[in-house]
Write a protein that binds this ligand. Structure first.
Ligand code: CTP
Ligand code: CA
Length: 228
């Protein structure tokens, strides 16, 4: 007998996942970034693929290798990430796990800034587009299930619920990133899964890969045909 194939409840579904930080250029050699490793987003992409989804992963600069069997699109900036996500639509599932830079440098220099003996150059910032809110409001192109992440250091559930409402997503994975949890760059994550329709689950501290598997199973349950 052949070994029984693992069940593929997300077969036929397209999942779009963002991961990693974005880099926002100051000039051709310098940029603004953040500490996201991409571990959680890449793990979500892999877990959705394991359940049979066709996955498009749009990632900012990370040191991780591309997950196998997943179309991986590499971008630098938030603007590029949004454009790549739009091009990847339609999707059934959108998971926004990227730590998108909130601001870019307005009027980046096209040549390297030099010390000229005067004052340091001022950096003027402009707000980046919100990729999650944009895709959640994409009208007929809106993915059926839109999932955000919320990194908070305090009042985690209350802030995350407000964020879910503000961004128009269906679920939000609220991430406790208080320094004591070691989440940034670490291998484990302490999260709550909060659903727009009220449901709220507190998960114990788990490896990021296990958070990803649980989230993928919850997604699969959401798409499961109703029992006859
Ligand atoms: N996000 C996004 N595009 C942005 C900013 C955030 O898609 N420009 C997404 C993130 O991928 C995440 C969610 O929005 O899924 C929440 O990100 P977070 O940084 O926690 O929320 P912000 O709205 O940026 O609020 P703040 O950083 O001020 O807490
Ligand atoms: Ca932010």
């Amino acid at each position: 007998f052949a070994a029984q194939a693992a069940p593929k409840p997300l077969a036929g579904r397209h999942a779009l996942v963002t991961s990693g930080p974005t880099h926002e250029p100051i000039d051709p050699v310098r940029y603004i970034a953040n500490r996201s490793s991409g571990k959680q987003g890449h793990a979500v992409a892999a877990a959705l693929a394991d359940l049979g989804a066709r996955v498009t992963l749009v990632t900012g600069p990370v040191t991780l290798s591309d997950p196998s069997g997943i179309e991986t699109i590499k971008v630098e900036t938030a603007a590029e990430m949004l454009a790549a996500c739009r091009r990847a639509l339609p999707a059934d599932i959108f998971v926004a796990a990227a730590a998108v830079a909130d601001w870019r440098v307005a009027g980046e220099a096209d040549r390297k800034l030099k010390k000229d003996g005067g004052l340091p150059p001022p950096l003027r910032l402009a707000e980046n587009p919100d990729i999650l809110a944009t895709l959640a409001a994409a009208g007929p192109d809106r993915p059926h299930l839109v999932i955000g992440f919320a990194a908070e250091t305090n009042d985690v559930v209350a802030y995350a619920r407000a964020k879910l409402a503000r961004k128009g997503c269906d679920w939000i994975v609220a991430n406790d990133v208080s320094p004591a949890t070691g989440t940034f760059g670490g291998d484990s994550n302490t999260v709550h899964l909060i659903r727009r329709d009220g449901g709220e689950e507190a998960w114990p501290p788990l490896a990021k890969a296990e958070v990803a598997r649980r989230l993928a199973r919850a997604v699969a349950a959401r798409f499961a045909p109703a029992a006859p």
